[in-house]
Design a binder for this molecule. Structure first.
Ligand SMILES: Nc1ncnc2c1ncn2[C@@H]1O[C@H](COP(=O)(O)OP(=O)(O)OP(=O)(O)O)[C@@H](O)[C@H]1O
Ligand SMILES: [Mg+2]
Length: 139
Protein backbone atom coordinates (compact mmCIF):
# COMPACT_ATOMS: atom_id res chain seq x y z
CA UNK A 1 0.00 0.00 0.00
CA UNK A 2 2.95 2.35 0.53
CA UNK A 3 2.39 5.23 2.86
CA UNK A 4 -0.72 7.38 3.18
CA UNK A 5 -0.67 10.60 5.16
CA UNK A 6 -3.10 13.39 5.80
CA UNK A 7 -3.89 16.30 8.04
CA UNK A 8 -7.09 17.95 9.29
CA UNK A 9 -7.89 21.03 11.32
CA UNK A 10 -10.32 20.51 14.22
CA UNK A 11 -12.31 23.49 15.50
CA UNK A 12 -13.19 23.98 19.14
CA UNK A 13 -16.86 23.29 19.99
CA UNK A 14 -17.70 22.56 16.34
CA UNK A 15 -20.08 19.79 17.34
CA UNK A 16 -21.68 19.81 13.89
CA UNK A 17 -18.50 18.44 12.28
CA UNK A 18 -17.30 16.41 15.25
CA UNK A 19 -16.62 12.89 14.03
CA UNK A 20 -15.81 13.84 10.43
CA UNK A 21 -12.08 13.22 10.81
CA UNK A 22 -12.55 9.77 12.32
CA UNK A 23 -15.17 8.88 9.67
CA UNK A 24 -12.78 9.88 6.88
CA UNK A 25 -9.87 7.90 8.28
CA UNK A 26 -12.15 4.90 8.85
CA UNK A 27 -13.25 5.01 5.18
CA UNK A 28 -9.63 5.21 4.08
CA UNK A 29 -8.68 2.16 6.16
CA UNK A 30 -11.56 0.13 4.72
CA UNK A 31 -10.54 1.16 1.17
CA UNK A 32 -6.99 0.05 1.91
CA UNK A 33 -8.23 -3.36 2.98
CA UNK A 34 -7.23 -3.10 6.65
CA UNK A 35 -8.75 -5.93 8.73
CA UNK A 36 -12.11 -5.11 10.34
CA UNK A 37 -11.06 -5.60 14.00
CA UNK A 38 -8.15 -3.19 13.42
CA UNK A 39 -10.44 -0.64 11.73
CA UNK A 40 -12.80 -0.90 14.69
CA UNK A 41 -10.06 -0.20 17.24
CA UNK A 42 -8.68 2.72 15.25
CA UNK A 43 -12.18 4.16 14.81
CA UNK A 44 -12.95 4.03 18.53
CA UNK A 45 -9.64 5.59 19.49
CA UNK A 46 -9.61 8.42 16.99
CA UNK A 47 -13.30 9.25 17.40
CA UNK A 48 -12.81 9.74 21.15
CA UNK A 49 -9.61 11.74 20.59
CA UNK A 50 -11.28 13.93 17.97
CA UNK A 51 -14.25 14.66 20.25
CA UNK A 52 -11.89 15.55 23.08
CA UNK A 53 -10.19 18.17 20.92
CA UNK A 54 -13.62 19.55 19.96
CA UNK A 55 -15.13 19.71 23.45
CA UNK A 56 -12.12 20.27 25.72
CA UNK A 57 -9.55 22.24 23.71
CA UNK A 58 -9.15 25.53 21.89
CA UNK A 59 -8.85 23.58 18.63
CA UNK A 60 -6.05 21.72 16.95
CA UNK A 61 -4.91 19.41 14.21
CA UNK A 62 -5.02 15.71 13.48
CA UNK A 63 -2.24 14.10 11.43
CA UNK A 64 -2.34 10.50 10.36
CA UNK A 65 0.02 8.07 8.73
CA UNK A 66 -0.96 4.66 7.43
CA UNK A 67 1.69 2.24 6.26
CA UNK A 68 2.08 -1.52 5.87
CA UNK A 69 2.69 -2.08 9.57
CA UNK A 70 0.63 0.44 11.51
CA UNK A 71 -1.78 3.32 11.75
CA UNK A 72 -0.31 6.32 13.56
CA UNK A 73 -2.50 9.30 14.48
CA UNK A 74 -1.41 12.46 16.31
CA UNK A 75 -3.86 14.96 17.83
CA UNK A 76 -2.27 18.24 18.78
CA UNK A 77 -4.23 21.13 20.25
CA UNK A 78 -3.44 24.61 21.50
CA UNK A 79 -4.61 24.38 25.10
CA UNK A 80 -5.73 24.74 27.85
CA UNK A 81 -4.08 21.38 28.55
CA UNK A 82 -4.78 18.65 31.08
CA UNK A 83 -3.68 19.48 34.63
CA UNK A 84 -3.48 15.91 35.90
CA UNK A 85 -3.21 13.25 33.19
CA UNK A 86 -3.52 10.35 35.62
CA UNK A 87 -6.78 11.77 36.96
CA UNK A 88 -8.05 12.43 33.42
CA UNK A 89 -7.46 8.77 32.56
CA UNK A 90 -9.65 7.57 35.43
CA UNK A 91 -13.05 6.27 34.29
CA UNK A 92 -15.77 8.76 35.21
CA UNK A 93 -13.55 11.83 35.52
CA UNK A 94 -14.86 14.62 33.29
CA UNK A 95 -14.82 18.40 33.06
CA UNK A 96 -17.20 18.45 30.05
CA UNK A 97 -19.38 21.57 29.90
CA UNK A 98 -23.18 21.54 29.68
CA UNK A 99 -23.26 21.81 25.90
CA UNK A 100 -20.97 18.80 25.49
CA UNK A 101 -23.09 16.87 27.99
CA UNK A 102 -26.22 17.85 26.02
CA UNK A 103 -24.64 16.20 22.95
CA UNK A 104 -24.06 13.03 24.92
CA UNK A 105 -20.41 13.44 25.83
CA UNK A 106 -18.83 13.72 29.26
CA UNK A 107 -19.04 10.20 30.70
CA UNK A 108 -15.33 10.40 31.40
CA UNK A 109 -14.60 7.20 29.47
CA UNK A 110 -12.89 8.52 26.33
CA UNK A 111 -9.21 8.57 27.30
CA UNK A 112 -9.41 5.15 28.94
CA UNK A 113 -11.09 3.72 25.83
CA UNK A 114 -8.40 5.26 23.62
CA UNK A 115 -5.67 3.74 25.77
CA UNK A 116 -7.32 0.32 25.72
CA UNK A 117 -7.85 0.39 21.95
CA UNK A 118 -4.25 1.43 21.21
CA UNK A 119 -1.05 -0.58 20.94
CA UNK A 120 0.95 2.54 21.78
CA UNK A 121 -0.56 5.50 23.59
CA UNK A 122 1.38 8.64 24.51
CA UNK A 123 -0.08 11.80 25.93
CA UNK A 124 1.73 14.94 26.98
CA UNK A 125 0.15 18.17 28.07
CA UNK A 126 0.88 21.70 29.23
CA UNK A 127 -1.26 24.86 29.33
CA UNK A 128 -0.03 25.46 25.76
CA UNK A 129 -1.66 22.28 24.55
CA UNK A 130 -2.05 18.56 24.55
CA UNK A 131 -0.44 16.05 22.19
CA UNK A 132 -1.91 12.58 21.94
CA UNK A 133 -0.17 9.90 19.87
CA UNK A 134 -2.03 6.73 18.99
CA UNK A 135 -0.43 3.77 17.24
CA UNK A 136 -2.30 0.64 16.24
CA UNK A 137 -0.45 -2.19 14.48
CA UNK A 138 -2.22 -3.56 11.46
CA UNK A 139 -0.31 -6.86 11.37
N1 LIG B 1 -7.57 17.65 24.47
C1 LIG B 1 -7.88 17.92 25.75
N2 LIG B 1 -7.64 19.17 26.25
C2 LIG B 1 -7.94 19.46 27.54
N3 LIG B 1 -8.49 18.58 28.40
C3 LIG B 1 -8.74 17.33 27.95
C4 LIG B 1 -8.45 16.94 26.62
N4 LIG B 1 -8.80 15.65 26.48
C5 LIG B 1 -9.28 15.27 27.67
N5 LIG B 1 -9.25 16.26 28.57
C6 LIG B 1 -9.62 16.21 30.00
O1 LIG B 1 -9.66 14.85 30.42
C7 LIG B 1 -10.98 14.53 30.89
C8 LIG B 1 -11.28 13.09 30.60
O2 LIG B 1 -11.39 12.88 29.18
P1 LIG B 1 -12.28 11.67 28.65
O3 LIG B 1 -12.22 11.67 27.18
O4 LIG B 1 -11.84 10.44 29.35
O5 LIG B 1 -13.74 12.03 29.20
P2 LIG B 1 -14.78 13.12 28.65
O6 LIG B 1 -14.35 13.64 27.33
O7 LIG B 1 -14.97 14.13 29.72
O8 LIG B 1 -16.09 12.24 28.49
P3 LIG B 1 -16.37 11.12 27.32
O9 LIG B 1 -15.09 10.95 26.55
O10 LIG B 1 -16.75 9.87 28.04
O11 LIG B 1 -17.47 11.70 26.50
C9 LIG B 1 -11.88 15.55 30.22
O12 LIG B 1 -13.10 15.71 30.90
C10 LIG B 1 -11.00 16.80 30.27
O13 LIG B 1 -10.98 17.35 31.57
MG1 LIG C 1 -13.77 12.33 25.84
Amino acid sequence: MGRITGEFAIEAMDLENAGNVSSFIKKTLIQEGIAKPIVKRVSIAIYEAEINVVIHSYGGVCKYEIDDEKIFVRFQDTGPGITDIEQALQPGFSTANNQAIYYGFGAGMGLMNIKNASDEFHISSSPKGTTLDITIYSK
